[in-house]
Design a binder for this molecule. Sequence first.
Ligand code: SF4
Length: 455
Amino acid sequence: MLKVVLEGHDNYYGLQDVLRLFYGQTREDRGSKLIICDSGPDTTIVSKADPSSDLPVNRQVKRDLYEQISEMEGRTFPWGSLTGIRPTIVAREEDYDYQKLISRYLVREDKAKLACDTARLEYQIAKKASSGLNVYAGVPFCPGRCEYCSFIAEDATKHLNRLPDYASALIEEMNELRPFINEAPGTIYMGGGTPTVFDEYDFERVVTALGEVFKAGEDTEFTVEAGRPDTITQGKLKAMRNAGVNRICINPQTMRDETLQRLRRSHTAKDVIRAYEQAREAGFSVINMDLIAGLKYETADDFISSVKRVMALEPENITIHTLYKKRRAGMSREDVLNSDGRGDIDRAVREAYEMLKEKGYVPYYMYRQKDTELSLENTGFCKDGTYNIYNVAMMSSECSVLSVGAGAMSKRAFTGGRFERCANVKDVSLYMNSSKQMAQKKISFFDLDRNLRGR
Ligand code: SF4
């Protein structure tokens, strides 16, 4: 059993993040200033604040502990002692100097460069996004639940009768806000779940209301996360174009049919290609496609093969996720993290990034989640300046987002990086009975009657 004694600081949270990288579960005994890893070696480490270090104490003690254990175990991790979800924030604080990420946080060179490159572009995009309001509309329904998902999505196949009422509630919430919207927001994003799960009639009325209420114009970045290709029809694509939608996400996650089937995604790689071609025919000039590295049921080489097949389609944006353990997902932690037999996911992700770079894609946003293979990241790539501003806005503390729909979280940014949140009720039934009140709550949260930009 490994014991870590804290001296001169109380960064229990940060040290446990480091310990979890190596040993999984930890527990703490604050009375004795101890963190315990039952699966660690039989030894005790003293973690001390070092007044001579120029790193803030919380980061210094994490780095020192990481270094000690890494030497003891003969093992390193790509992100070194950086365990937070936003490595790009640290890159910005370190003046985009990748050498500092290597020397001060023991980050591997390729990740240090990735963080700095991404941070530069991410910061420019965040500045754009912070000058106006960003709008999100949430549809927490999906046509069945993927095995790795824990999202609050309702399985639409079991609730088909609720979709028209949900569409009406969403429109009601938007209409309540209508008198307070005088100019188009910078971005509008319809996400989920799977927004295209509605039938054509309901989808059209929701997307049309979204465009009209928020006055989508030519300059508005208007995205629909169409997600599952099997829900995309020509009628829905036409409705999107008519409403002013200029970007769409078609997410294969993998192009291997066997994996798709075992993950309970009811579509094939062929469906992805069909939806992609239809979206192009409908006039979409910016398409994003998501892929996941480290999926259960497939190898690192299967992932690379999916990346190649998606790249052959030449979408403007490709987002590479790493499978992570979601709290309420059907997959267990072991299913996600015990990747024996799946090959070297780290190598596969690096190879994918190289291939993307060669074809002119650049990284523009990045975040990490807990419980991923080797604590790897998710990175959004774009080419020719086609980045999605909303993706950056939703993560940035400097950008306001007004959100509608069940469980939707609004965020109001104030100068100096401070922000406040305002949540809609999560429960779909409760939301359907209170969508007008949700709108009223936001009118006062954003002071919409006084300050239409919500800033
Ligand atoms: S489509 Fe996305 S949100 Fe829906 S169940 Fe699958 S992973 Fe979850």
